[in-house]
Design a protein around this ligand. Structure first.
Ligand SMILES: *[C@@H]1O[C@H](CO)[C@@H](O)[C@H](O)[C@H]1NC(C)=O
Ligand SMILES: *[C@@H]1O[C@H](CO)[C@@H](O)[C@H](O)[C@H]1NC(C)=O
Ligand SMILES: *[C@@H]1O[C@H](CO)[C@@H](O)[C@H](O)[C@H]1NC(C)=O
Ligand SMILES: *[C@@H]1O[C@H](CO)[C@@H](O)[C@H](O)[C@H]1NC(C)=O
Ligand SMILES: *[C@@H]1O[C@H](CO)[C@@H](O)[C@H](O)[C@H]1NC(C)=O
Ligand SMILES: *[C@@H]1O[C@H](CO)[C@@H](O)[C@H](O)[C@H]1NC(C)=O
Ligand SMILES: *[C@@H]1O[C@H](CO)[C@@H](O)[C@H](O)[C@H]1NC(C)=O
Ligand SMILES: *[C@@H]1O[C@H](CO)[C@@H](O)[C@H](O)[C@H]1NC(C)=O
Ligand SMILES: *[C@@H]1O[C@H](CO)[C@@H](O)[C@H](O)[C@H]1NC(C)=O
Ligand SMILES: *[C@@H]1O[C@H](CO)[C@@H](O)[C@H](O)[C@H]1NC(C)=O
Ligand SMILES: *[C@@H]1O[C@H](CO)[C@@H](O)[C@H](O)[C@H]1NC(C)=O
Ligand SMILES: *[C@@H]1O[C@H](CO)[C@@H](O)[C@H](O)[C@H]1NC(C)=O
Length: 705
């Protein structure tokens, strides 16, 4: 309204100026007066829709000119100033347009559509035409501004995001955008366009409150919109608690997966291609974890609004200890030693190595290392170091060459009644010794007569011919890559090496004990007695004092027996006992005779006998001394060998001293090798002397059973 008053005041001044010019023109009888119109040129008039607005003009230079108004180029009204006839206004605009008496154009309740250029042309015949132009802008007040977005939501990484406004009514002449209170200027990020704000490549920090300010000459309006820029999932953060480089089976752990994002991304765990449904908010609990659950866990995060997804992997190591303890062993491979270490099971397999043997080679779970046998490995304890992430362990093995040993001889009778002699050569060794067998110079191979056990330590000689046993010289050699031990076994016929008699207190029961040489072939024993018949158990036939003239067998014992009891003896009487070893049908020489009975030499006849016997005894003593001298002389050269119980002829004389050793050896097994070795090395050295000293004993074949 102020603008209108000003404009009216301005027009009044202009009008006065025109009138003054008109007066001057008349005063100075200017024949050449011109039509003039004001305001000159182009005038802008703003109007509010529905108001009355007048485009005021004034003219000079002529009276009663013709005035024409054009809307753009279209004539809309014509009037001759001062004429009584009403202005000629085009039908379309009759309602709105009026021409005032001074030629001004008035718009009544001007509608929005009358924004246009209006030109007034004034003419008078004989004079030049004058004109002036107005631009009329009709505005409505701005109402109900709404902001909309395109697309519906902003997301980080999208190309562009547009905020648009629309009004229910009223066009804006000016618009301003604000973000969190700051005015937005067009730049590389924002572009302010006529009806929109375009944000290129929106970021999460573009989230905030957007305000629009609209203005036209008659009103202002504002509108707000809160814009949220969706984003994520960002780089996922995978964690495992408790945090450890690895886990032992049975432990519990919890995996978590999360990432920043809007809205908060949902997480899903997959393992081995399977989606694990038991995770919750990205937390996956593994209770009592097993080694099979170790591996790559994959977490996929999804922004459910934008569809953006992201995956990240994590490796979980779950270890299981191997079972038991590592096992070390050593074997022979050809002539080399193969050290072996094994510790199976577990995840991962234990790393095994023999650092003493080879610092570079190692194996997982199972390691075999072949090395050349050498003396310094003999008896050396080699350690296998077994390293597993959960525990360390080790085992040791010592390789040894065969040690000295004693062959043992066992004689049995098979179902056909044939003698089977088994010779066993077991030498402690690591790796286990392999035994090769020979007879004299002839190698023995596995067959029917000679059977070698699968582990080669035993040789079984079937159908053993006792009659030729003396020439049987069996050799066994125990070998492993670290050495060998050789033993010869000279089998002997059935022989008793030592025997004793032990009576009980009242002399009614005796116990006979005996031994055989370790290399003797024996299948059984006959216990023989000379003297009165034994008392029958039934009392009625007791006290029989009948005396048999020779030894007779009273008991038979198996080859394993080493003692026999004889009972129901009469302590008043004298008995004699001896033992005969047998091999099948073959009988050996009898043992020494053991006598039991009332004291010899206490009876009168005995004393007489002794008295008569003294000279004889002296003579015997002399002869005995001579014999001993001969023996001692002989022993000077051959003393070690001479103790060997080779001769049954001298057996009785030397029985006590020579046979004690084998006795111990046999019962004691392998307890005292040195004596035994001496015993058995002896025959070879003695072989030349043997025939001169003792003729080969005859083999007696039993005639009675
Ligand atoms: C505009 O003019 C018309 C007719 O002369 C009149 O009826 C009306 O009241 C006027 N309007 C205003 C807002 O002055
Ligand atoms: C009015 O005139 C001006 C300049 O002469 C022109 O730019 C404008 O477009 C015109 N308006 C209309 C509605 O014709
Ligand atoms: C208005 O007058 C000027 C000279 O004052 C002239 O150049 C122009 O063509 C005229 N316009 C009209 C529409 O008659
Ligand atoms: C426009 O806004 C006014 C209040 O500002 C409201 O009463 C009216 O209902 C709105 N009109 C529309 C079409 O939304
Ligand atoms: C948003 O962050 C970017 C960097 O990422 C920065 O260049 C920009 O100025 C920030 N915008 C606002 C509105 O803070
Ligand atoms: C927009 O956010 C502001 C706070 O930043 C809050 O006060 C206002 O209510 C929000 N408007 C809408 C429409 O959510
Ligand atoms: C995982 O274990 C924690 C406690 O250890 C518990 O709070 C959580 O609910 C468990 N989550 C699932 C998915 O079982
Ligand atoms: C995760 O592991 C799976 C196989 O388990 C593989 O296909 C995928 O490429 C891995 N992803 C990443 C990010 O390494
Ligand atoms: C150790 O073993 C590796 C192969 O496993 C072999 O190449 C290397 O010669 C061995 N080293 C020794 C010192 O024996
Ligand atoms: C072998 O294991 C025992 C315990 O089992 C340990 O005391 C010893 O130190 C280990 N030896 C080596 C060489 O690792
Ligand atoms: C037994 O035979 C081996 C060779 O085969 C020989 O060296 C040794 O002297 C022999 N022993 C006897 C008692 O003949
Ligand atoms: C010898 O033969 C018997 C069967 O005849 C067999 O059981 C044994 O294993 C063989 N011994 C060797 C060392 O091959």
């Amino acid at each position: 309204m102020t603008w209108q008053t000003q404009s009216i005041a301005k027009r009044e001044k202009e009008l006065r100026a025109v009138l003054l010019a008109f007066m001057l023109c008349i005063t100075f009888q200017g024949a050449n007066c011109q039509l003039q119109v004001s305001p000159p040129g182009h005038t802008l008039v703003n109007a509010k829709a529905g108001s009355n607005v007048t485009l005021t003009v004034s003219f000079s230079g002529a009276a009663d000119p013709v005035i024409r108004w054009f809307m753009d180029k279209l004539p809309v009204a014509t009037w001759t100033v001062g004429a009584t006839s009403p202005p000629d206004i085009s039908d379309d605009h009759e309602e709105v347009l009026r021409i005032g008496p001074d030629g001004s154009l008035t718009f009544v309740n001007v509608p929005l559509g009358y924004s246009n250029n209006y030109t007034m042309e004034i003419t008078k015949s004989g004079m030049d035409t004058a004109n002036t132009t107005f631009t009329l802008k009709v505005y409505e007040s701005i109402q109900n501004v709404t902001l909309s977005t395109m697309p519906d939501y902003a997301s980080e990484g999208a190309d562009r995001f547009t905020l648009k406004y629309s009004t229910l009514q009223g066009a804006a002449e000016q618009w301003m955008w604000f973000f969190n209170g700051m005015e937005i200027k067009s730049d590389s990020h924002y572009s302010v366009e006529e009806k929109s704000l375009v944000i290129s490549r929106p970021k999460r920090n573009d989230t905030g409150r957007y305000k629009l300010f609209l203005k036209n000459p008659f009103s202002t309006a504002t509108a707000h919109k809160n814009v949220t820029v969706l984003y994520g999932p960002d780089e996922p953060i995978l964690e495992v608690s408790p945090a450890q480089p690895f886990y032992a089976s049975g432990e519990s752990l919890s995996l978590s997966c999360q990432a920043d994002g809007l809205p908060t991304p949902s997480a899903a765990w997959t393992f081995g291609g399977q989606t694990l449904s038991d995770s919750h908010n990205g937390v996956l609990n593994l209770t009592n974890a097993q080694a099979s659950q170790g591996g790559i866990y994959s977490c996929t995060l999804l922004n459910e609004k934008t569809g953006a997804r992201r995956q990240k992997n994590m490796t979980v190591l779950i270890y299981e200890r191997p079972l038991g303890n590592p096992q070390c062993s050593v074997q022979s491979v050809n002539s080399d030693l193969q050290y072996h270490c094994q510790w199976l099971g577990g995840t991962p397999m234990a790393q095994l190595s023999f650092p003493q043997l080879n610092t570079t080679s190692s194996g997982a779970g199972d390691l075999s290392l072949t090395v050349t046998a050498s003396d310094d490995l003999n008896g050396k304890t080699v350690t296998c170091i077994a390293a597993h992430p959960l525990l360390q362990n080790n085992c040791t093995v010592t390789a040894r060459g065969p040690v000295e040993f004693l062959p043992s001889v066992r004689t049995t009778v098979d179902l056909d009644g044939k003698i089977v002699v088994a010779i066993q050569c077991v030498s402690e060794a690591s790796p286990k010794a392999v035994v090769s067998w020979s007879k004299g110079d002839e190698v023995i191979s596995n067959g029917t007569k000679y059977q070698i056990s699968a582990d080669t330590t035993q040789l079984r000689i079937r159908d053993f011919n006792v009659s030729s046993f003396l020439i049987k010289n069996y050799t066994c050699i125990c070998r492993n890559p670290l050495g060998s031990q050789r033993r010869d076994t000279q089998l002997q016929g059935p022989t008793i090496s030592d025997s004793s008699l032990f009576p009980n207190q009242d002399g009614t029961i005796i116990t006979l004990t005996w031994e055989v040489p370790p290399t003797a072939v024996v299948t059984g024993f006959d216990i023989q007695m000379k003297g009165p018949d034994l008392r029958s158990v039934s009392r009625n036939s007791s006290q029989t004092k009948s005396t048999s003239s020779g030894f007779r067998s009273i008991q038979r014992k198996p080859g394993s027996a080493r003692s026999a009891d004889v009972s129901v003896l009469d302590p008043e009487l004298t008995y004699r006992f001896r033992i005969i070893a047998r091999a099948g049908m073959t009988e050996g020489d009898p043992s020494e005779v053991h006598r039991i009975g009332p004291g010899d030499g206490l009876s009168g006849p005995a004393i007489a006998g002794i008295a008569a016997g003294i000279p004889c005894s002296l003579l015997f003593l002399f002869l005995l001394l001579g014999l001993i001298y001969t023996c001692v002389y002989y022993y000077k050269d051959k003393s070690p060998q001479a103790r060997y119980p080779v001769s049954r002829t001298i057996e009785k004389a030397v029985a006590a001293q020579s046979d004690m050793t084998p006795h111990n050896l046999l019962t004691g097994g392998l307890k005292s090798p040195p004596d035994y070795n001496r015993l058995h090395q002896a025959p070879s050295e003695r072989s030349v002397a043997l025939p001169t000293f003792v003729p080969p004993p005859p083999v007696r074949v039993a005639t009675t059973v």
